[in-house]
Design a protein around this ligand. Structure first.
Ligand SMILES: NC(=O)C1=CN([C@@H]2O[C@H](COP(=O)(O)OP(=O)(O)OC[C@H]3O[C@@H](n4cnc5c(N)ncnc54)[C@H](O)[C@@H]3O)[C@@H](O)[C@H]2O)[C@H](O)CC1
Length: 483
């Protein structure tokens, strides 16, 4: 698990560090790491460092000096605000770095091997300074690699929005810990691969975190020689309707391919036949279960009658789709709600854009209101845990999972894990992460049931990795795709 840090905590840690280590210059440490990464990205060629008026620009200027000294290559600086970090400017001038104006930048840009973005960092407000819009567009058109220092300029550290104008990065090097913009979509799509550099800051535990592959490997309920189908967990599934027959098949597919010990399907008989045709290991009819999955594709007719007896069973429930409309005030302990943004808006009596503007806050609000875990689905999936007062981001996958039926499969995976006895926050975080990793193995328009069929491969791979102390390359969807 990696903690996502807000700007005030980073600044406080920086102050504490400075008081305890008056002789250490954090900016130089940051600049050294920027220069090192730049060298790795482009071993030769001219580098243009674009700097703003703040300390982010200071990092850029000291990195420029280091690049000239170590690499003896041409490095140029464009101070976009006219002024820049005074000591940084002196340091850059001392090694003969050339400072450019807008016209010169426009002329020289096609020959630049790498742009280092030091316009704004954690002090940045959303939106790029206007005089840089053309530059961001040219970098994109000319496909010039961009290394962002701390935060790609145009993004705000704690905001998941991606504004119209942003200097999109190929890679971002951030310090001490990731910020929300690095991990939450759509902002994350402007960060490229994100590297977290240790500059010596000590940070407190964060209540906003992101799953890592090692967490999935550690928490997965791996079967042991003592396991049988009952101890692995029996999951009851009541989903689908004549109008939505696929919503019976897809959750069951998710549950089977994520390793449910046994599945009891209690939806309409005609749909049971459909399921058995594809997945003959599923049993039909009621019996003892450890958890229920309800709601996918119920449509409105008869929904309440289906829900009533299942609610009374008292076992933990995964409550998806249509069942979210009939929530009682108190839910069985250990239950999990799995709304998308529209469903969460309906639950809270607000508009969808209000949820999309503040997904962390709204998922948490619903979790507190129903005293239960909420998995908010979308390009970034948020798991709100009201018991430990925190929100976890699942591992992200490719956007191909944005298709009808993905949520049904995800609900099935959640059901497997609840039935296996996992607490709902862990079950939700594992399920969403594993589905994303499966989708990364099938990065194309594969239907959701085919993506589900890739889950066993992901689990085999994770089981091998589970013995290893460190997993390198976490954090970004691209690194997952590389597995
Ligand atoms: N905290 C650390 O761990 C370390 C951080 N370092 C670097 O310092 C920056 C943060 O520097 P700061 O001076 O506080 O802010 P910025 O440089 O990000 O920007 C401030 C500057 O920019 C103007 N501005 C902000 N947004 C916009 C905008 N949208 N349009 C125009 N102008 C904007 C603002 O008004 C200010 O003038 C951090 O990210 C690190 O890179 C250290 O060097 C190492 C330790």
């Amino acid at each position: 698990m990696i903690g996502i840090q807000p700007v005030d905590k980073i600044r406080a840690a920086e102050r504490e560090f400075a008081e305890a280590n008056p002789d250490v210059n954090l900016m130089l440490r940051a600049a050294d790491q920027v220069a090192e990464l730049a060298e790795r990205m482009v071993p030769s060629g001219t580098i243009l460092v674009v700097v703003g008026p703040g300390n982010n620009g200071g990092d850029g200027l000291f990195a420029a000096r280091k690049l000239v000294r170590d690499g003896r290559r041409q490095v140029m600086v464009w101070p976009v605000a006219g002024t820049a970090h005074p000591q940084g400017v002196v340091a850059a001038r001392q090694v003969g770095i050339r400072f450019l104006n807008d016209l010169e930048v426009g002329r020289l840009l096609p020959d630049i091997a790498l742009v280092i973005d030091g316009i704004t960092g954690i002090g940045g407000r959303t939106g790029l300074p206007e005089n840089v819009h053309w530059f961001a567009e040219m970098c994109d058109v000319l496909k010039i690699p961009v290394l962002a220092i701390d935060i790609p300029s145009g993004l705000a550290a704690e905001d998941h929005h991606r504004p119209a104008h942003v200097l999109a990065a190929t890679r971002t090097i951030t310090f001490a810990a990731p910020k929300l913009c690095h991990l939450a979509q759509p902002a994350a799509s402007a960060c490229g691969d994100v590297e977290v550099a240790d500059i010596g800051l000590e940070l407190p535990k964060s209540n906003l975190r992101q799953m890592q592959r090692m967490d999935v490997a550690r928490w997965w309920p791996w079967p042991t020689p003592y396991t049988d189908k009952y101890s692995r967990g029996v999951l009851g599934i009541d989903t689908g309707s004549d109008r939505y027959p696929g919503a019976a098949v897809l959750p069951v597919t998710g549950a089977v391919y994520s390793g449910a010990g046994m599945i009891r399907f209690t939806g309409p008989d005609r749909l049971a036949d459909l399921i058995l045709h594809k997945l003959p290991s599923v049993t039909v009819g009621s019996g003892r279960v450890e958890a229920w999955l309800v709601g996918c594709g119920w449509s409105e007719e008869g929904a309440e009658q289906r829900f009533g007896p299942i609610l009374e069973s008292g076992v933990p429930l995964v409550i998806d789709a249509d069942a979210l409309r009939y929530l009682p005030k108190r839910l069985p302990e250990g239950s999990l709600l799995t709304p998308h943004a529209g469903e969460l808006a309906e639950l809270l009596g607000i508009s969808r854009p209000e949820v999309e503007d503040d997904p962390v806050g709204k998922a948490y609000e619903a979790a507190e209101r129903w005293e239960t875990t909420v998995l908010l689905k979308g390009a970034t999936q948020y798991i709100a845990n009201p018991f430990e007062k925190r929100v976890t981001l699942a591992i992200a996958g490719p956007s191909w999972t944005a298709q009808a039926g993905s949520g049904d499969v995800l609900a099935g995976i959640c059901g497997t894990l609840l039935a296996a006895g996992l607490p709902a926050p862990k079950a939700a975080a594992l399920a969403a992460s594993v589905q994303a990793m499966a989708a990364a193995r099938k990065p194309g328009p594969f239907p959701p049931d085919v993506v589900a069929q890739a889950i066993p491969e992901v689990l085999v791979h994770l089981a091998e990795l589970a013995d290893q102390p460190v997993l390198a390359g976490d954090l970004t969807p691209r690194s997952i795709a590389a597995q």
